[in-house]
Ligand binder design. Structure first.
Ligand SMILES: CC(C)(COP(=O)(O)OP(=O)(O)OC[C@H]1O[C@@H](n2cnc3c(N)ncnc32)[C@H](O)[C@@H]1OP(=O)(O)O)[C@@H](O)C(=O)NCCC(=O)NCCS
Length: 149
């Protein structure tokens, strides 16, 4: 799968998530700052449900045996979704997020997906810059809505 290598940094590789990655992935989310909120849907039993549905869209970046990036893609049959993108601080600005997003996009395209949506915090200028750079438009005509079940 995709790899990246910088002059001062070890190579990384992108591969699908597996449940044994859960503790490391949770740590990445918990240390990502305000960009990622860890919620009840991130408990192991909920993650297992997600994996039973479309594990091939849940990807991690690994370098020297450590997880340095994660993205949870999803496909609901109409739209693709991106959730919980996070890159370990010392690996940022090396193209890890770009590679994770592009890999999910490729997989969604192969499933017949025509459009990808995601939510970014208004104050998260880094993520907004990243997604704009990759061709995502801010949908200012909509208000995000949700309901806890
Ligand atoms: C946002 C985040 C995922 C970016 O990861 P990353 O691996 O550093 O991003 P990339 O190196 O792939 O960046 C690709 C492009 O996005 C833009 N970008 C990324 N980080 C940026 C930043 N801090 N400031 C401005 N632009 C940025 C740049 O255009 C960059 O290209 P360049 O480095 O050639 O200029 C990372 O900062 C992170 O984990 N943040 C905390 C969690 C978070 O906010 N997640 C997003 C939830 S919606």
């Amino acid at each position: 799968m995709s790899t990246g290598e910088g002059p001062e940094h070890p190579a990384w590789v992108i591969r699908p998530f597996c449940m044994s990655d859960y503790p490391a992935v949770l740590r990445l989310w918990q240390t990502a700052g305000e960009g990622v909120s860890v919620r009840p849907s991130d408990r192991p039993e909920e993650i297992a449900k997600k994996c039973a549905r479309d594990a091939d869209l849940f990807l991690v970046a690994e370098s020297q045996g450590a997880l340095v990036g994660v993205i949870m893609g999803a496909w609901d049959g109409r739209r693709g979704w991106l959730h919980h993108l996070a890159v370990e601080a010392s690996y940022r600005r090396r193209g890890v997020a770009r590679a994770l997003i592009c890999q999910v996009e490729e997989r969604l395209r192969a499933k017949g997906c025509l459009k990808i949506n995601l939510l970014v915090g208004k104050a998260n200028q880094h993520a907004r810059a990243l997604y704009r750079q990759l061709g995502y438009d801010e949908m200012t005509d909509y208000v995000p809505m949700g309901k806890e079940l």
